[in-house]
Structures are given as C-alpha cells and as structure tokens.
Design a protein around this ligand. Structure first.
Ligand SMILES: NC(=O)c1ccc[n+]([C@@H]2O[C@H](COP(=O)([O-])OP(=O)(O)OC[C@H]3O[C@@H](n4cnc5c(N)ncnc54)[C@H](O)[C@@H]3O)[C@@H](O)[C@H]2O)c1
Ligand SMILES: [Zn+2]
Ligand SMILES: [Zn+2]
Length: 368
C-alpha cells in the first residue's frame, strides 16, 4: 500500500489525491522512495518541478539522527535543489512556467533582534526547508517567490542544485573581506572548503593553501585551479609549510571549514592552525560546526591584532553565485562526484559514509 506524507505524519494513500515520488526520511538512517501527496500550487506561491538535488553534510547529520529532535521523521529531505517553474499561483507576478529556479531554503522571521539588525543568518528562529519542514528531494514543491532566484537558461540543470552550497562559499569570502591578491589557507578540502576555494578564486589569483588529511580530496583543488598548494596535515605540519612557502609571512586570510577535526598528534586544532598561519592584521573566518569546545590561545590572535569572523549559510549570495555561474567563473563540475536517481537517495548516504575520500557532492536526479 503506498503512502502519502502530510507534512508531519504518514497517512494511508487516498486514490483521489494526485501523487508524486519523494525521498522520505522514514526513520533515522533510512530514506525510502515513497509515493506522497503532490502539493497543489497555492495562491501566492510557485510550483517547482525539481530536477536535481544535492546531498549536504547537514543532510548526513539529519540522516544519522544527529539533528534530533529538531528534525522529525517522516520528512522529505533536501535543502539543496533546483528545478523549473511548473505552475504560477494566483497573485504571483514576475514568474513564468518553464523558467529555471534556485530556491533559497532559508526562512528567517524578520522580527527577532538579529533580523531587525539586518543580520538574517543569525535569526533566532532560523528555519530551513528539508531540515525544519519538508524539503526538495522530490518531484514537486510549492514555495513563495520570496525564496526563489531566477537562473539563466544556459546554466545546466545539474549546476542549479549547487547554487546553495556555492553561495555559502561566496558568503564566507565576503564575510572575510577577501581582497585582490590576498593569499589564503582553507582548512578542510571537503564540500564547504572546495566551495570557498571557488569563491576565493573569483577575487584573488594568489597562492591558496588547502589543508586536509584525505589525499583524493586534496587532489581536487590543484587539479582545477592554478597556484593551489595542497597540504596533508597527517604528513606535515601545515603551519610550518605555510610559513616556509610564504618566507615566514603567513597568509592574509584563513578559512576553517573542518568542523569535527580528526585529532592529529602534535598538531594544533584547525582554528588555532588558522590563527598561527596568518600574517599580522590578517583575518580568520570560521565555518566548521563542531560540538566540542576548541582550544585557542588568544595572545596568538591578539599579538597579530587579527580578526576572527564567523560565517553562517548565506545572505544575498544566491544572486552572486548565479551570476558567477552564468559567467563561467565557478567550476561546479569539480564538486560533483557522482549522480544517482532520486530513488537511490538512501544509497547516496551510504556511499558518503563508506567512501568520504572519493565523494564530495552526490547529485540526485528527480526527473522521472
Ligand atoms: N557555517 C556554515 O554556513 C556551514 C554550512 C555548511 C556546513 N558547515 C560546516 O562546515 C564543516 C565542513 O562541512 P563539509 O560539508 O565541508 O564537511 P566535509 O566532511 O566534506 O569536509 C571536512 C573536511 O575536513 C577534513 N578534516 C578532518 N579533520 C581534519 C584535520 N585535523 N585537519 C585538516 N582537515 C581535516 C576532512 O577530511 C574533510 O575533508 C562542518 O562542520 C559543517 O557542519 C558550515
Ligand atoms: Zn547544505
Ligand atoms: Zn529572525
């Protein structure tokens, strides 16, 4: 017997309801490809036919139940996806059937102190579709136009699904105030680190150091970009190498995109490594969302009169990422490891757990 999902609970399938397929997290560590109720295009909304989605690191945490109780089951997963407009609801202007669209999954309240300061990523009740409510790993989703960005038709459908994660790289670059000719280190050559690299390269051609412990991931940066030096932190001390390569100066900007760091004997944590790697007056931009406190020595920061900034999701960088993609200034193909059909979403999560070294982004194809 097929099921429909009704936002919060599964109910028995009713034959008079039109249905679609969706990747539903039915229990932690278990995604099923289910027949669910197809949303109607509500007044004031746009119905999107999803074509591709992408598995994010947060999705992996949700899948394992690590976002419980914030994420509930059953839930349609997915906050990184793109599609085309299938229907335009009454009262909506400026959208037409067939247009390409990238939904920004973030919903901020607009009323809390952070929102009133215009600092939307810090909204105290920030919500994301695919995390706090049903998401886009499905065939259709109805969303308000305020969440939608138009995508030029020349951008391939596969790349539209990467706009969200690329916008995170752009936001980090903007938060760090990166300047032309700056030298950079990016700690973590994973999904986020590689998006930061792409954004960084739109501003500076100077040396970028990529630090990681997985050789296949370290190989990606230098394969796609000139003047990228990969450093394996399990084999050499990144701070010593960066100092050596920069004649003792250090880099202008350091990004921390590791999060849960693997302990390496004798090495400082990535955040402290970032502080030790920068030049006096440099900037550290932290993105990693580890749960453990991270030891840092403040005098190492203060003696350099350095600045630490944090970067959360994006704010306005959807448009920037789309423009950069349309000008061919990003390399989304560098991020895509493999493509599976949406019905194989569970397998996608398993692959990412089994073989993280050789898999960055897994693309999901929701076309029937
Ligand atoms: N701030 C934001 O807006 C934002 C958005 C998305 C993800 N994140 C967070 O960013 C972090 C990275 O996310 P991701 O999806 O790129 O994860 P990922 O697992 O793809 O990448 C992390 C990388 O760090 C490497 N690493 C682990 N220990 C290391 C060490 N000691 N030294 C050097 N490298 C090490 C891993 O090998 C891996 O390649 C996570 O904590 C995630 O939750 C933040
Ligand atoms: Zn994401
Ligand atoms: Zn708010």
């Amino acid at each position: 017997m097929p099921y429909i999902i009704n936002n919060e609970y599964l109910t028995e399938f009713k034959s008079n309801i039109s249905s679609m397929k969706a990747a539903v997290l039915t229990a932690y560590k278990k995604v099923d490809w289910l027949e669910v109720e197809k949303p109607s295009c509500k007044a004031g909304e746009v119905l999107i036919q999803v074509n591709f989605g992408c598995i994010c690191g947060s999705d992996q945490h949700i899948h394992k139940g690590e976002f419980h109780p914030r994420t509930k089951t059953p839930m349609i997963m997915g906050h990184e996806f793109g599609g085309i407009v299938a229907e335009v609801g009454t009262g909506v202007e400026g959208w037409a059937v067939g247009e390409k669209v990238a939904p920004d999954p973030i919903i901020w309240c607009g009323k809390c102190p952070a929102c009133l300061k215009g600092h939307f990523p810090a909204c105290s009740s920030l919500k994301l579709i695919g995390i706090d409510m049903d998401g886009g790993f499905t065939e259709f989703i109805s969303l308000p136009p305020s969440m939608l960005y138009k995508v030029p038709s020349q951008i391939p459908d596969e790349h539209v699904a990467l706009v969200e994660v690329l916008s995170i790289g752009c936001h980090a670059k903007n938060r760090a105030g990166l300047k032309k000719d700056d030298t950079v280190v990016i700690w973590g050559s994973g999904k986020v680190g590689l998006c930061i690299l792409q954004a960084v390269r739109t501003v500076t051609d100077n040396t970028v150091f990529m630090v990681d412990i997985l050789e296949p991931r370290l190989a990606i940066g230098p394969k796609y970009y000139e003047n990228v030096i990969a450093i394996d932190a399990s084999k050499e001390n990144p701070v010593d190498r960066i100092k050596m390569e920069t004649d003792g100066r250090g880099v202008d900007v350091a990004f921390e995109a590791v999060g849960h760091a693997h302990d390496i004997e004798g090495l400082v944590t990535p955040v402290r490594g970032c502080i030790q790697s920068i030049v006096g007056g440099g900037t550290i931009c932290v993105l990693g969302l580890g749960n453990e406190p991270v030891p840092i020595l403040f005098k190492e920061l203060i003696w350099k009169e350095a600045k630490i900034v944090s970067s959360r999701v994006s704010h306005g960088e959807f448009a920037e990422a789309i423009e950069l993609l349309s000008k061919g200034l990003l390399k989304p193909e560098a991020l895509i490891s493999q493509t599976l059909h949406g019905s194989q979403t569970q397998r996608g999560f398993e692959i990412l757990e089994e073989n993280p070294a050789n898999n960055i982004k897994i693309l999901l194809d929701f076309r029937s």
